[in-house]
Design a protein around this ligand. Structure first.
Ligand code: NOJ
Length: 723
């Protein structure tokens, strides 16, 4: 009977449907609650401020959407109970954070960005969508399009790094992968781009903190990835926790109305972050929750996630004549539209009822894909020739990740690390000669007997890093060196006169200190379900590393923020004898490893660059590169521009194109980039693109410290590109 009713509802015009709803039912559609509200028996799970939401059963069953869901059975039982109780029979939409996998876990987003391969990100998202839909999840809170230049912020692991161009491509690829061509199809999810806006620029990298920035910085650096996700069709957008130039984003009418809706043409649904509307009171911008509800609905918030200012106060605000019911109707319309587009009126259990979980979730092809992608995300930071490892060489593995399965990364709540292999297991499986392995953080964790065994090895592999759960939300740090005394393990290896390979597991660029003297360093971030196999493939050389850093590695915390695309000063650093220049007394301006850096076992020589003196549309840049080695592999060829003279001042380099190219051993190739006028544009503080005639520098290389460069003249002039 419920199904018949639903079909009837679906056929009805949504406007008609809204007319049949009471004001309480309308406002209910704008409330999102976690599953435990619907299952009384699991109420114990309620934590933090939500304990005081104070909702009665009738109010709960007015909700329009659910945040997070345990599994297929839970989804089906909640939807069923809801539809039985509900008068209007509008199904719930289930939303969740499917960030880098459902049960087959892919590398964390920061690692994915290091692949410089958006098509892999699209494939990972497609697989994640399919797996998540087996549990009846319909919307994912991804991509996180927040550019970040501050490794103190724990959430850089969820970001695509510091560069607006790279993050834009990755954000768009994520949307395409999750949504496919049509979100009504089984196996596809709707995307929710987040966190609008500029959450990655919070002061001092302390989570939830303030953001103050110039508008030309916003338009040129922070806005592009959100815009790219919107252009790719993201159906939802989430507002950020932070204030933006004085107003909490959740109630920032200029951000929502003028920028998101008018300038970026976003037509989808806008949701707060977790209890975001209530937080407006804590920010000191609303006196109480009623005023928060007022500011939220006026600013353009459709769904309130996990707080109850709407359900408790919107009705009164309408009755008092402060809020026009039409605004609420419009918001409800967007919720219903999303449900219709997702096909929920036809099948409220979408995916959970029709997909065969056993055949899909963690199937071999998905796990293989996690490994293939992991291969491209690890970054070889240093290699003095010790890598790849000869299989005959005796290895000792020490450090907390020597024999540890926790390689999934922080946003993998459905992933089961017990199914992962450890590094020691993966080495042994590949028949490397492992003479010793034992987890430990500090030199004192290794006793005399251990040291005897370690001495038998030719190479000590230091498997170091952060715990998964010390990265991600609310995991900001001020000290970015390896925690818990792990640097002492390098001393141990040196005392024993051993060569070392350092393998890093972490969610943010770290300060390496003395670790930099290790013979080889492989940055693996958290690579997911098949991390260990992928790492051993790279170390043994059956796969050649090709990842490049999506975020700068600093020398010490005092340099933060340090990023490649900075502006110049009037006194740029020139040489060490010049005192009054922009520099520190105690550390150089250089990063430890720059954006775009990443080694290969191959040796790529950038031989020559061929381009016209005058820039025109469909402008070609040809680069000749030689692989001067016996190793075949990928190189990420990166093209940067600099506008030599500009007002406002522009960055010293801006990534505008890259290609990931396969080279056979000893192969020479000519790579062609095609540039357009739009690649040279910059935006003013009103967000209008412009271009000034003059010289540009085009430079090319395998990192942001480029190898070849040439000046070109562009005579085009654009005042306001949008005219
Ligand atoms: C808070 C986080 O900021 C956001 O990214 C996430 O999507 C929501 N919680 C829901 O889990």
């Amino acid at each position: 009977l419920a199904r018949v009713l639903l079909r009837k509802v679906y056929k009805m015009n949504l406007k008609q449907l809204i007319k049949t709803l009471s004001i309480e039912e309308k406002i209910g559609q704008l409330m999102q609650l976690a599953p435990f509200f619907f299952k009384k028996d699991s109420k114990v799970e309620v934590i933090g401020s939500v304990r005081h939401l104070d909702l009665d059963e009738d109010e709960i069953f007015l909700a329009g959407s659910v945040l997070g869901i345990g599994n297929r059975e839970e989804m089906i039982s909640i939807q069923k109970k809801y539809l039985e109780k509900s008068r209007h029979k509008i199904p719930l939409v289930f939303m969740a954070d499917i960030i880098h996998g459902y049960e087959s876990i892919f590398p964390i987003p920061l690692a994915l960005a290091c692949s410089f391969n958006p098509s892999l990100v699209e494939q990972a998202s497609k697989v994640s969508a399919l797996e998540a839909q087996t549990a009846g999840i319909h919307v994912t809170f991804a991509p996180m399009a927040d550019v970040s230049r501050d490794p103190r912020w724990g959430r850089v692991m969820e970001s695509f790094g510091e560069d607006p161009y790279l993050a834009s491509l990755m954000s768009a690829a994520t949307v395409k992968g999750f949504q496919g061509s049509d979100i009504s199809k089984v196996g596809h999810l709707a995307s929710c781009v987040k966190h609008f806006a500029a959450y990655g620029a919070i002061e001092a990298g302390r989570d939830y903190n303030t953001v103050e920035m110039s508008m030309h910085q916003f338009y040129n650096v922070y806005a592009p990835p959100y815009e790219a996700a919107i252009k790719a069709g993201s159906h939802l957008a989430m507002m950020a926790f932070n204030t933006f130039n004085g107003i909490p984003c959740t109630v920032h009418d200029t951000l929502i109305q003028n920028i998101l809706k008018d300038e970026m043409h976003f037509k989808g649904l806008i949701i707060t972050d977790y209890d975001g509307l209530q937080q407006v009171v804590a920010h000191g911008v609303a006196e109480n929750r009623k005023e928060a509800a007022y500011q939220g609905i006026k600013a353009g918030i459709d769904i309130e996630m996990m707080s109850t200012t709407y359900i408790k106060h919107l009705k009164a605000l309408v009755e008092e004549g402060r809020v026009d019911i039409k605004i609420i109707d419009d918001a409800v319309m967007r919720v219903l539209e999303l449900k219709r587009k997702l096909g929920l009126f036809e099948d409220p259990y979408k995916g959970a009822s029709s997909l065969d979980r056993n055949k899909i979730v963690m199937c071999e092809s998905h796990l293989e894909l996690t490994k293939k992608i992991a291969h491209e995300c690890a970054v070889l930071l240093k290699n003095d020739g010790l890598l790849p490892i000869d299989k005959e060489v005796k290895l000792a593995l020490i450090g907390p990740y020597a024999n540890n399965q926790q390689t999934n990364g922080a946003w993998s709540w459905h992933g089961d690390t017990r199914k992962n292999k450890t590094l020691a297991e993966a080495f042994i499986k590949q028949q490397n000669k492992v003479v010793f392995y034992k987890n430990g953080h500090h030199i004192s964790d290794y006793h005399e007997d251990d040291i005897k065994e370690i001495s038998k090895a030719d190479i000590v592999i230091l498997c170091l890093g952060e715990y998964e759960r010390e990265t991600g939300e609310a995991k900001s740090k001020t000290k970015l060196n390896l925690p818990r005394g792990q640097e002492t393990l390098l001393e141990l290896a040196k005392l024993l006169n051993k060569k070392t390979i350092t393998i890093l597991f972490n969610g943010r660029p770290l300060v390496l200190n003395e670790m930099i003297t290790s013979n080889a360093i492989l940055e693996t971030w958290f690579l997911g379900s098949r991390a260990a196999d992928a790492i051993v493939d790279l170390l043994n050389g059956s796969v050649n590393p090709s990842g490049k850093l999506a975020m700068t590695f600093i020398q010490n915390e005092g340099q933060i923020p340090l990023y490649y695309n900075h502006l110049n000063t009037g006194r740029p650093y020139r040489d060490e004898y010049n005192e009054y220049v922009s520099k520190y007394l105690d550390v150089s301006n250089e990063p430890e490893f720059c954006f775009g850096h990443g080694l290969s076992y191959a040796n790529f020589i950038y031989q020559s660059m061929d381009l016209d003196d005058n820039f025109s549309n469909n402008y070609q840049v040809k680069v000749q590169i030689k692989n001067d080695s016996k190793f075949a592999g990928y190189e990420v060829v990166q093209l940067y521009i600099k506008d030599n003279v500009s007002r406002p001042v522009r960055p010293i380099k801006e990534l505008k194109a890259f290609q990931k190219v396969w080279f056979e051993a000893n192969e020479t190739k000519t790579i062609i980039f095609e540039l357009h006028q739009s690649d040279l544009l910059y935006k003013n503080e009103k967000g209008k693109p412009f271009l000034e005639a003059g010289f540009f520098t085009i430079s090319i290389g395998g990192s942001s410290q480029t190898k070849l460069s040439k000046q070109v003249y562009c005579k085009e002039e654009i005042d306001d590109y949008s005219k």
